[in-house]
Ligand binder design. Structure first.
Ligand SMILES: Cc1cc2nc3c(=O)[nH]c(=O)nc-3n(C[C@H](O)[C@H](O)[C@H](O)COP(=O)(O)OP(=O)(O)OC[C@H]3O[C@@H](n4cnc5c(N)ncnc54)[C@H](O)[C@@H]3O)c2cc1C
Length: 449
């Protein structure tokens, strides 16, 4: 029987980074990664298969990263785990003994309980090359596509599916606005501009209603909405919700609940030799300590870096989910980190906000200029930053990461207002108008007011 020091199950964001981190921190330990799929998709790139990048093959993580880090790879499915024998049994019948194990088994799409949702041509978003190739092929003959859910995934799918394709795309969202679940407030500028962009591309957006039934015999032909209307549909893409894939852990007797595999802040499961990270692991909010349902590649990566480093000596602690994400449609990027104003209030925070907008170049006539808008949300009681949103060009994607760093370091408005920022006419806003700093200044003013 094969014997390896560190075994990682799962070959996507969390599994790869956990294995690499284990090798970096413990180069003397042999490391094996087991995953079931032959080719691994870049999960966040999946919507772009249907437009910008064109095929699943153009959206893969190369195995070169494993070879480079001296990580052995087995392509097989882990069928059974015995924590007492420290043994994993694979579908091929082979068994592997480990000293330390990391579970990075991810998540699977969860379908809302809508009658008829199991009909043909209803597509939950699976991270599977052949499945997505089939969907890509099927779209060639379709005229009417419905997308269920207008979160980041729904928005990206709608935009990409409409590209270079003569197809009617309709998004159905039960909230009042696209991306409202992320940005919180109805009428939020980011949500509004995303809707404007999509409508301008000819995408039909229906908000404030639910899909009540999927109609058709064996395959979808239309969807029935809660307001009684029916929309034609040759296919429906379901961009809502995932479920932690914790079946292997559960069968092995590890502590598991509907949040996933239960882990402590060191990413250890109920068995001290077994760690878990990524979408399969339980999460808690950085701000409240309460359970978090957020599942992101960025969170998976952080947890993997913690799990891999802590295998033989505990050096890292999980601070909880901050939640930083962005999306881009054409030249428009919208992004959010931490809590929205509404979300913070719902969690019991008294908040004060500050906003600033300016060109991201100086003078504004410099090439590549776009207007960048920043909104910061602070806890009024202790002055700590609890959230931020950005709307702008591509650089908004990095600015939201700076805001994420401010959040994680519990910075206050005054700390941010005296940031020593680097500015240059060709790449940033002017120091006078720098949006992040000025939004903090405005919040300070509002705090006094
Ligand atoms: C369409 C889409 C777009 C997204 N966009 C973004 C984005 O822009 N930014 C962002 O931060 N997040 C995004 N996400 C979320 C992100 O993809 C996930 O959070 C991320 O994939 C989690 O990584 P993971 O490694 O934990 O799990 P997964 O990606 O689910 O990978 C799990 C791995 O475990 C393997 N596995 C499972 N069970 C077994 C077994 N028994 N034996 C062997 N192998 C097994 C699987 O085959 C797979 O390799 C997006 C998700 C989707 C679906």
């Amino acid at each position: 029987m094969k014997q390896v020091d560190v075994v990682v199950i799962g070959g996507s964001a969390a599994g790869i980074l956990a294995a690499i981190t284990a090798r970096r921190h413990y180069p003397e330990k042999s490391t094996l990664l087991i995953r079931k799929e032959k080719q691994v998709l870049i999960p966040c790139g999946i919507p772009y298969i249907f437009g910008t990048v064109g095929t699943p093959e153009n959206n893969l993580i190369s195995d070169g990263v494993l070879q480079k880090n001296n990580i052995e790879l087995i392509i097989d499915e882990a069928k059974e785990l015995s924590p007492t024998e420290k043994k994993v049994t694979l579908a091929s019948g082979e068994s592997v003994k480990y000293d330390k194990l990391i579970l990075a088994t991810g998540s699977v799409p969860s379908l809302p309980p809508i009658p008829g949702i199991d009909k043909k041509h209803v597509y939950p978003v699976k991270k599977d090359v052949q499945y997505l190739q089939n969907l890509l092929n099927a779209l060639k003959d379709m005229k009417d596509l419905v997308i269920l859910g207008c979160g980041f995934i729904g928005v990206e799918f709608a935009d990409e599916c409409k590209k270079n394709r003569d197809i009617n795309v309709t998004i159905v969202e039960m909230l009042d606005q696209c991306l409202q679940i992320a940005f919180g407030e109805k009428g939020c500028r980011c949500c509004q501009e995303v809707e404007d962009y999509l409508e301008q591309k000819g995408i039909n957006i229906i908000t404030g209603v639910k899909v009540e039934e999927v109609l058709g015999n064996d395959r979808v032909t239309a969807v029935k909405l809660s307001d009684g209307k029916e929309i034609k549909a040759d296919a429906m893409i379901v961009g809502v919700g995932v479920r932690p894939n914790a079946d292997l852990a559960k069968k092995a007797g590890l502590a598991v609940d509907k949040r996933g595999i239960i882990v402590d802040t060191t990413m250890r499961t109920s068995d001290p030799a077994i760690f878990a990270c990524g979408d399969c692991a339980s999460k808690f909010s950085f701000f409240t300590g309460q359970t978090s349902n957020l599942r992101l590649a960025s969170i998976a990566s952080t947890e993997a870096r913690i799990a891999g480093a802590n295998l033989y000596e505990i050096s890292r602690k999980n601070p909880g989910v901050v939640g930083v994400f962005s999306t881009a449609l054409g030249n428009l990027t919208v992004a959010i980190a931490g809590m929205s104003e509404k979300g913070a209030k719902q969690c019991g925070f008294e908040v004060v906000t500050g906003e600033a907008e300016a060109p991201n170049r100086h003078p504004g006539g410099m090439p590549g200029m776009s207007k960048m808008w920043v909104r910061l949300v602070f806890n009024k009681v202790n002055g700590e930053l609890v959230g931020g949103a950005v709307r702008g060009g591509p650089s908004a994607g990095e600015l939201i990461n700076t805001i994420g760093a401010c959040l994680q370091n519990r910075m206050r408005a005054n700390d941010i207002a005296i940031f020593q920022i680097g500015t240059h006419p060709a790449v940033t806003a002017s120091p006078i108008a720098y949006q992040l700093v000025n939004a903090a200044e405005m919040a300070l003013k509002n705090m006094k007011g």
